[in-house]
Unconditional design. Structure first.
Lengths: 560, 204
């Protein structure tokens, strides 16, 4: 057998039998996440291609095919890929950082199974029945049976519901682990854990510092990354309830229509529904993503430098502020809706939304200063990806703040500007670069020090992904300034130059994914990949409790 | 500074954001490079924490103050219920079809035009576009609600109309993919340049 084939089958030094239950369940979700990421990238490239030439397969000039893909694209991306990766990382990190076992590995398994199954069902609904109300589900479109088959809608909504049930499982597991009074939290009360979880201790510490009193709590009960996870998960919970609620409404109507009833779709007020839905959906975009990302930056900065976070109390307090801000910003999605009250546009849509510049700017500042104080540092992949993540949000957040303005929104709403200069930039460059940083930091812990097949390929992936993400975001975003709508099917080559450039940079992301996948498969081997899904002999639901007493960031401080 | 129309505004926006994007990428690249150097980097500028926070607040709030003063349609939009329009066009949408006024919509430059659009079924958008595809303006059209947009046109032209919100694939021809809600030359503005410039404060 050639060396290549041997490595392909057996990997470098990966031994799946040495993994415990927590490591295996983490890796299962990670594998599913990256498979969905591949699907996501292929879908994205089909749409990029169709914007250059709408007659390419599988679109063939048909708008219903195009919008079916556009409908499942965010479901696959946000839930199938991102949620799975984030949930996997957090279900590993919370036990690791709190030195307590995960509440239930069985539940963690159900989480990835439900999200995978739900994403697959939503995808099937779009693929088989062309169900295409888009992720926004603007009422009454998802229940418009003149345009969509009832079965497609039912399968799609059941898929989304399964994802949300899986999400609720994750939330339960996280909070049950955090509130478990075992290990280092044996003597903590629920009140102390709650105060710490909401960042109130950080606020009180700041207040006592200002008033000259001794600190309220020298050692907070929860470490800062756990606080971010705790806080972001509040939004994850609220968002799951809202999406589930909307899903139930759609399902009730679809079942009624299937039964021959002729209910009035306008019994549900479209504007009220839009407010309700955007309030919930925005808890993902402007809530949990920003909070989880800030927490991840703090964790990564402390692990990479091996030092304490700069201005930790401010960071704790800011996470609380971010949570409150995330509940009050949804109206920026309704700035183009004239029936929406002007005061809501002004206060929620403009003023409170502008706070995100402050909270995200603060997270960026704290992370950069923490890194700066520890220099010189070696430019490792985790550090490089972290910096890439900072660039992503540094570009994406101001792009959105610019549009969250009544004047700008009148000429930018629903254009490719928000789609690419903001959320593709935020997700592909900002979020995914941050997640790759976390992946490379956690890799030795989760795989028991498995050697990566090639560090060169890691760097190739890094540059392709970064340049591809920024380039695609920039060029397709520019098309938005030229009037290109984001939910529109163009057949006359209206924005061809920018779309070709967007497709070229987009293909770099797809190539980067292939390279990443190859590198990972060659590291763990096909046997190892299958082994991840086999039951583990070691049923431990924790990591590193025996080795360490204190909660300290582990593979620290690589200095020149 | 006042922007007469969306073209001027978006051109300014493009330049400003491009400069910012190059700046932020350069800062992080400079930062990353200096993180790895053993020699202490010379600070180009020392940014105090509270100065940085004040800058962010200033940017967040100042942006809205700037646009309120520089973009003429903002204050007009907020106070539209108190303004008497020179023209009123009532438009409705049903089953992905526009019901436009019988007479072609033609207005004079600098006059206040009210578009009163309603939808009988789904959420659509109402957007006017120049011949090169750039957007003049748009609004959402929420069903069973009043969707009114007051607009002063400061540029001459014949504009096309289409829905700026997705309302299902029925908006497009199943075989050719053509946008069935696209109305060529739906709206015309006739301009006397002097009148137009006076209306925007003669900024040019």
């Amino acid at each position: 057998m050639s060396k290549f084939m041997d490595t392909l089958i057996n990997g470098t030094n990966f031994d799946h039998t040495s993994l415990n239950a927590l490591q295996k369940v983490t890796l299962r979700a990670v594998v599913m996440s990256f498979l969905f990421f591949g699907l996501l990238t292929i879908e994205g490239m089909i749409m990029r291609g169709a914007q250059v030439d709408p007659n390419i397969p599988p679109i063939f000039g048909h708008a219903d095919h195009y919008f079916s893909i556009m409908t499942v694209h965010p479901i696959v991306g946000i839930f199938g890929s991102t949620y799975q990766l984030v949930f996997a990382a957090f279900m590993f990190l919370v036990p690791y950082l709190t030195k307590k076992p995960l509440y239930s590995v069985k539940l963690a398994n159900w989480v990835w199974i439900l999200i995978t199954l739900g994403t697959a069902l939503a995808w099937i609904a779009a693929f088989v029945w062309n169900y295409a109300p888009l992720y926004t589900l603007y009422w009454p479109l998802p229940a418009d049976v003149k345009q969509f088959k009832i079965i497609g809608g039912i399968v799609f909504i059941i898929g989304v519901a399964l994802i949300m049930i899986g999400t609720l499982g994750f939330i339960y597991n996280i909070y049950a682990t955090i509130f478990a009074r075992v290990g280092i939290h044996k003597n903590k009360t629920t009140k102390e854990l709650l105060i710490s979880g909401f960042g109130i201790d950080g606020m009180l510490n700041l207040w006592h510092k200002i008033t000259g009193k001794p600190p309220y709590s020298k050692e907070p009960a929860l470490s800062l990354p756990v606080v971010a996870i705790f806080r972001g998960t509040v939004d994850t919970f609220l968002d799951a309830l809202v999406i589930l609620g909307a899903g139930i409404l759609v399902l009730v109507y679809l079942f009624a229509f299937a039964g021959g009833a002729s209910w009035d779709l306008h019994a549900v007020d479209s504007l009220l529904y839009k407010n309700y839905f955007w309030w919930g959906l925005d808890l993902v975009a402007d809530g949990l993503v920003l909070i989880y990302v800030a927490g991840s930056w703090y964790l990564l900065a402390t692990i990479i430098t091996g030092q304490k976070l700069f201005m930790e109390n401010v960071a704790r307090a800011a996470l609380m502020l971010e949570l409150l801000v995330s509940w009050m910003v949804w109206s920026h999605h309704l700035l183009a809706d004239q029936p929406q009250p002007e005061m809501m546009k002004l206060i929620s849509g403009e003023m409170v939304t502008a706070f995100e510049l402050l909270t995200q700017g603060l997270a960026l500042f704290i992370t950069l200063v923490t890194l700066w104080k520890a220099r010189p540092l070696k430019m490792t992949p985790p550090l490089a990806y972290l910096l890439g993540g900072l660039v992503g949000f540094g570009l994406a957040v101001p792009a959105a703040i610019i549009q969250a303005d009544m004047g700008m929104n009148r000429v930018l709403h629903n254009t490719q500007w928000i789609s690419f200069a903001h959320f593709h930039m935020a997700l592909i460059v900002g979020l995914y670069m941050t997640l790759y940083s976390a992946l490379y930091v956690l890799w030795p812990l989760v795989t028991n020090n498995t050697k990566l097949f090639s560090s060169k390929l890691t760097w190739v992936h890094y540059w392709l992904f970064l340049i591809g993400g920024v380039g695609m975001g920039a060029f397709v975003g520019m098309a938005g300034l030229d009037g290109m709508l984001r939910r529109h099917f163009y057949v006359n080559g209206e924005f061809n130059t920018l779309m070709i450039l967007g497709a070229i940079f987009g293909s770099m992301i797809l190539i980067a994914w292939f390279i990443f996948l190859f590198n990972i498969v060659m590291s763990v081997g096909l046997k190892g990949l299958i082994g991840i899904f086999l039951p583990s002999k070691d049923k431990s639901a924790s990591y590193g409790i025996e080795e360490e007493e204190e909660v300290t960031p582990a593979p620290a401080a690589v200095k020149n | 500074m006042t922007f007469a129309n969306s073209l001027e505004l978006l051109r300014f926006h493009f330049v400003a954001y491009t400069i910012y994007a190059i700046f932020i990428i350069s800062v992080i690249a400079w930062f990353g490079y200096n993180l790895t150097r053993k020699e202490k980097a010379k600070s180009i500028v020392r940014i105090p924490f509270y100065g940085y926070m004040a800058f962010l607040i200033l940017m967040g709030v100042g942006h809205h103050i700037f646009t309120y003063n520089a973009i003429p349609w903002v204050s007009e939009d907020i106070t539209r219920h108190e303004i008497k329009p020179d023209y009123v066009f009532k438009i409705s949408i049903k089953d992905h079809r526009w019901k436009l006024p019988k007479e072609k919509m033609v207005v004079e430059c600098g006059k206040k035009v009210l578009f009163d659009v309603d939808s009988e079924d789904l959420t659509y958008g109402f957007g006017l576009f120049r011949k090169d595809g750039t957007m003049v303006m748009q609004m959402q059209v929420v069903p069973k609600h009043r969707n009114d947009l007051l607009w002063t046109f400061n540029e001459e032209g014949v504009f096309d109309l289409t829905s700026t919100e997705y309302a299902g694939p029925a908006q497009y021809d199943h075989e050719t993919g053509q946008d069935l809600m696209f109305i060529k030359d739906a709206f015309e503005v006739k301009c006397n340049k002097k009148v137009a410039l006076n209306n925007i404060g003669g900024s040019k």
